[in-house]
Design a protein. Structure first.
Length: 604
């Protein structure tokens, strides 16, 4: 049986890794994996040698049950001639960034990149010392992804079913943030309140979402499925007060907890694609999943506009309740647990029960951190990174400006298109289609940017002889996006005259939306790549700043547009993005030197 490295138990089988050519002899006196209902050992396979392989001592004959134990790094007396399978730190970093590029959360445990020779300990499991004794009773996947209990062995149709359900869940939560803006007219008349006060319901919802990344540590202990179910159940519970509210105070408070409950789903579900697909097959499902949270706000005004044009404003919330309930049922019936460490824990429990041998343990059962410690770290370190990392601060402000502008448009678009063109509520919702189409185009361009990154790596290999990617290789989409953002804002702003056809400013908003989507994904992947040991904290800091801007911008947007005029209000914001335009190129050119002086970023 192939002897797997400690890290391999939680990541996919990477082509080019080596199997142990000297498998241990079978122990006929011990119970086999099949005898406890966990399936037979899969056949061994051979792979070509890579530069990341290292020597490993042969597995002792006494290893029972046929299960793949996770091995610590070899000690100083290890055999030097036996190659071993392992994932390099670069491969792990690539997996991490691809699993986290929706910007809401990263489920890799902080400080997991320690270990000799670039090996990465799985999640909470601390890296063993070089001289540590091997633990033959540590449970892993039998045959890697071929293990019947591994989510990557699911049929393709089942994988896609899970991806679709979780993507629609992310879409539902973010759609709820913006569909609320269509209720202002009827709701304000009923409650006797102003538009500014009603906008607080949008702001508190987004502030609730800002706290989402801090839910991520809970999944490391309990898995994704409990968070999915609890999140959507809480989401539904807090929509009900919004639907039956008799005053604006109830609405504002309920909206905050609605966003807080929904944010847990956004932060935890980001790793689902990585649970189900390998690096070579995750491109399309990841593109779809990453797009969902950003398409949601763009379609919110359309959904809400249609409802509020033809029925009472409360039906906006009733429809959300029905939608979320159907999703909750779908999750409960069709979405299993996919988080590998928790599944290995359950596998270890089955082995202990079947054999009566309590020595069998999963890596997650050897954690050295408690839930409270992990949550405390997740609360503190994002603020440390914001204070001490200038690159993070600038990029966070940039993405915060973009999301703030998107949420400001929820107030600006109705004002502009109803005033200049006499659009009704659902027609105003259609004006957001420029943003929606551009986001889809940005998602479809992912293969192009992936190829460009590979070309940069190959160019560096030819120049230096080293095949290695740098975090700055993720920034070309942001460099390309920066002038689109500024140009799109100027285009939109200075074409919002009544005598200019309405399609012209909508196209301008689409140019802005294309740049915004490319900038988001490029910056998210850069942060995860540049801060591999603190990826969760880097993304949490970004989400906190980003959502804070999104909560604040709508509160002054209407006043600014009425005071400065439709053209110069947008023009002022365009000039702000113009001031930030050079930074992506500066970080692309000099990022490595800046990282070398960082206390958190990787320097290589």
């Amino acid at each position: 049986m192939a002897d797997l490295d400690e890290k391999e138990q939680h990541h996919h089988h990477h082509p080019g890794d080596l199997d142990d050519p000297n498998p241990p002899p079978s122990n006929t006196s011990t119970t086999t994996a099949a005898s406890v209902g966990l399936g037979p050992d899969p056949p061994e396979t051979k792979h070509e040698k890579t530069t990341t392989s290292r020597s490993r001592p042969p597995t002792p004959d006494a290893a029972p049950l046929g299960f793949e134990p996770i091995r610590p790094a070899p000690g100083p007396h290890s055999s030097s001639h036996t190659p071993r399978r392992r994932l390099s730190a670069e491969t792990v970093d690539t997996l991490r960034r691809e699993r986290s590029n929706n910007g809401w959360g990263c489920d890799d445990i902080e400080e997991d990149a320690a270990g000799a020779g670039g090996s990465v300990a799985p999640y909470n499991h601390p890296p063993p010392s070089a001289a540590a004794e091997r633990d033959p009773f540590e449970v892993g996947w039998d045959g890697g992804d071929a293990d019947p209990l591994c989510p990557r062995s699911f049929p393709l149709w089942r994988k896609w079913m899970i991806i679709v359900i979780t993507s629609v869940g992310s879409f539902c939560v973010t759609n709820a943030s913006a569909s609320y803006t269509s209720t202002y007219g009827q709701m304000n008349d009923e409650f006797g309140t102003s538009r500014l006060v009603a906008t607080l319901g949008l702001s508190t919802f987004v502030l609730g979402i800002a706290l989402g990344p801090f839910w991520s540590p809970l999944a490391e202990f309990y898995g994704r499925r409990p968070i999915y179910l609890a999140s959507f159940a809480g989401f539904i519970v807090w929509i009900i007060p919004s639907a039956v509210a008799t005053n604006i105070e109830t609405m504002i408070i309920a909206r905050f907890f609605q966003g807080l409950a929904g944010s847990a789903f956004l932060s935890v579900s980001g790793g689902t694609v990585g649970d189900l697909f390998t690096r070579d097959t995750m491109l399309m499902p990841m593109a779809i999943f990453a797009l969902a949270p950003f398409v949601g706000p763009s379609t919110g005004p359309l959904v809400g506009g249609l409802i509020n044009t033809y029925t009472n404003w409360r039906w906006t919330h009733y429809v959300l309740i029905i939608w979320a309930f159907l999703l909750l049922v779908s999750i409960a019936l069709l979405v299993p647990e996919t988080y590998h460490p928790v599944l290995l824990q359950k596998k270890a429990q089955r082995i202990r029960k079947a054999t009566g041998d309590d020595r069998w343990r999963a890596p997650i059962e050897k954690t050295t951190k408690s839930v409270s410690q992990t949550v405390a770290y997740s609360l503190l370190r994002p603020f440390q990174i914001l204070v001490f990392e200038p690159m993070v601060l600038v990029l966070n402000v940039y993405t915060a400006m973009l999301l703030g502008l998107l949420y400001l448009f929820f107030g600006a678009f109705p004002l502009i298109f109803r005033t200049n063109y006499g659009f009704n509520l659902w027609q105003v919702g259609l004006t957001f289609m420029g943003l929606l189409v551009s986001m889809i185009v940005a998602g479809l361009s992912t293969p192009f940017w992936t190829k460009l990154r590979h070309d940069l790596v190959e160019k560096r290999r030819k120049e230096t002889g080293v095949l290695k990617d740098e975090p700055e290789d993720q920034l070309p989409p942001v460099i390309f996006a920066a002038p689109l953002i500024t140009g799109g804002l100027f285009w939109f702003g200075f074409t919002t005259y009544p005598w200019v056809h309405w399609i012209v400013p909508i196209i301008g908003s689409g140019v802005f939306g294309l740049g915004m989507s490319l900038a988001f994904t490029g910056i998210f992947t850069f942060l995860v790549d540049a801060y591999p040991r603190y990826a969760a904290s880097a993304l949490a800091s970004n989400a906190l700043v980003r959502c804070s801007f999104a909560a604040i911008f709508p509160l002054f947007g209407i006043q600014m547009y009425e005071g400065l005029g439709f053209q110069w209000a947008t023009g002022l914001l365009a000039f702000v993005t113009l001031a930030l335009l050079p930074f992506p190129y500066i970080f692309f050119r000099y990022g490595k030197k800046i990282r070398a002086k960082s206390r958190f970023a990787t320097s290589t």
